[in-house]
Design a protein around this ligand. Structure first.
Ligand code: C2O
Length: 543
């Protein structure tokens, strides 16, 4: 049994004895409705001891309003910052680390606040499960607001309202110096307050960020990583996510048991960057993949905020990509959900999701930086000209379809890849054709899971395939949860296949042939209940 599983069991036992203390809190919601503001710091029951200190100022909570007195701030690319900026941000994190544990703004308590929201520790009366902002449509807004207040807190400590957090441009695989997609030097300097010792040795310069990782080191060459990262960004943001639902993730409502399914960006590469930086060999009392690879400790590593700066920036880029319907969910259950944060004065502030959607109103923007993946790393117009890894003639395609078994409940995936076919519905003009695998059961959700899906590549395996193959349709990347081990909901994975079939020249088929290859460590026995293809009409129709 791995030490992670051991920790997990201990936590599971601890949970059974702990009963959520919801008596001290008042907010509640309507089943199926928006998530109301949690009654921080009281509505907390954390097996990981993430609860926040009781009120620092004791002032009542107030409703957030857009800042009118702040200058427009430009968040810089971390690999390009000036010496003055470096001195400033170092001072900021030094001050943040020096705040006492009783101050909800301290770096430790920023870590705790993230742990509460992301690792199942906030309870409401009438809701059996704890709130979880991951694996669904709350992911993007919550993390944007978390960064907003983190930035404001540092600005306050520095007494400088122009302060803006940097972003780590791991999406930019241009072969230039300073290198955008390695860990920015400012986070790698071991004498700096921006450093965290609990990291993967191979995540430091000169290694490039491996966006397709299950953690630890890699033998991939720099050239391969650049190609892989470019192609996977293209799939995750351009062809794979041309709709609201695909990009934001599935709806998550009051009463739900954990986020049902993440959007493409959250899933991968957001999740893989966490795994890449986390230390697979973290010694006790840490657990493997601390700090960055676990929701509990991740926000203690200052690079968390630069990573999420780029996640947030990718959200703003996605909105501007042509093709599909690239806007936020219009459902009031999404727009009216609320979160509570601590502002720069340590007062509690309540923010609606609808207030998170416009960075202009929040008074920040991003320094521009090349986006080579927007055209799949090739000249615009040539995106679909990349040679297939498994070329097939038209008759080869048709005989592959007729020789492939249909998806049958319940398909089991272990170490051996599985291949099945799924029928396409009648072609429609409106919406985007999406492949959905649902009822996904992960036996041990204390362990990561990583598998890739390919279209028309029946021999795909761990050595002959990868994100560089145009047939790669998408990846399921699951980061372990720790906080609420008794809840392990069945999961849903979706990916746009309409644009992908065009890209691989197979839009004429009536059924698709899907191959799934698992590369988790250790391999888990995963079951899938259902596979279907449907047209995603979000945000017109909430799905
Ligand atoms: Cu709540 Cu990247 O994490």
């Amino acid at each position: 049994m791995s030490s992670m599983t051991c920790t997990a069991l201990l936590l599971a036992v601890a949970l059974v004895v702990l009963v959520p203390d919801v008596a001290a809190q008042t907010t509640t919601g309507v089943i199926g409705g928006p998530i109301p503001a949690a009654n921080l710091p009281y509505a907390c029951n954390s097996v990981e001891k993430c609860c926040m200190p009781t009120p620092y100022t004791g002032k009542p909570i107030y409703q957030f309003e857009y800042p009118t007195d702040l200058p427009m701030r430009t968040r810089p690319a971390a690999h390009l910052v000036s010496d003055d900026y470096i001195e400033k941000i170092k001072k900021g994190y030094k001050l943040l680390r020096e705040l006492p544990d009783s101050d909800p703004r301290s770096l430790l308590n920023q870590m705790n606040l993230h742990c509460l929201y992301c690792d199942y520790s906030l309870y409401y009366p009438g809701w059996e499960y704890a709130l979880a902002v991951h694996n669904g449509w709350l992911f993007l807004p919550w993390h944007r607001l978390f960064l907003y207040f983190h930035e404001r807190i540092i600005a306050k400590l520095l007494d400088d309202d122009t302060f803006a957090l940097p972003y780590w441009a791991w999406d930019d695989s241009s072969d230039v110096t300073p290198v955008p997609d390695q860990m920015p030097e400012i986070y790698a300097d071991s004498s700096s307050p921006l450093y965290d010792p609990i990291r993967n040795n191979c995540s430091f310069p000169p290694f490039l960020a491996d966006l397709d990782t299950i953690g630890g080191c890699t033998n991939k060459t720099a050239d391969y990583i650049r190609l892989q990262n470019t192609r996977l960004m293209y799939t995750q943001l351009v062809t794979g996510a041309p709709t609201t639902s695909l990009f934001y993730g599935l709806p998550y409502r009051f009463g739900d048991s954990g986020g049902p399914g993440p959007g493409t960006l959250e899933d991968f590469p957001h999740g893989t960057v966490h795994l890449w930086v986390g230390d697979p060999n973290a010694p006790p009392p840490y657990i493997p993949f601390d700090d960055m690879g676990h929701f509990h400790r991740t926000a203690f590593d200052p690079i968390f905020y630069a990573h999420h700066g780029n996640v947030d920036r990718m959200w703003t880029v996605w909105e501007t990509i042509p093709g599909g319907v690239r806007t936020h969910p219009k459902d009031p259950v999404f727009l009216d959900s609320q979160f509570v944060f601590y502002d720069e004065n340590a007062n509690l502030v309540r923010v609606n999701v609808s207030q998170s959607l416009d960075t202009n109103k929040l008074k920040y923007k991003y320094q521009s930086n090349p986006l080579p993946w927007l055209t799949n790393g090739v000249q615009a117009g040539k995106e679909n000209s990349i040679a297939l890894c498994y070329p097939l003639s038209k008759s080869g395609v048709l005989s592959l379809i007729s020789n492939t078994p249909k998806f049958k409940k319940s398909v089991v995936l272990g170490a051996t890849p599985i291949t099945f076919k799924v029928n396409r519905p009648k072609r429609q003009k409106k919406g985007t054709e999406v492949l959905e695998l649902s009822g996904i059961h992960i036996p041990d959700d204390f362990l990561q899971v990583h598998w890739k899906a390919y279209l028309f590549f029946p021999t795909a395996n761990l050595t002959n395939a990868g994100t560089t193959c145009p047939e790669w349709a998408g990846t399921f990347n699951f980061i372990p949860v720790v906080g609420q081990p008794t809840i392990n909901p069945k999961r849903v994975w979706r990916m746009a296949i309409g644009p992908k079939l065009k890209q691989i020249g197979k839009d004429y088929v009536d059924s698709i042939v899907v191959t799934i290859v698992q590369e988790s460590n250790p391999i888990q026995i995963i079951t899938f209940d259902k596979a279907k293809i449907f047209y995603d009409l979000s945000p017109k129709v909430s799905i």
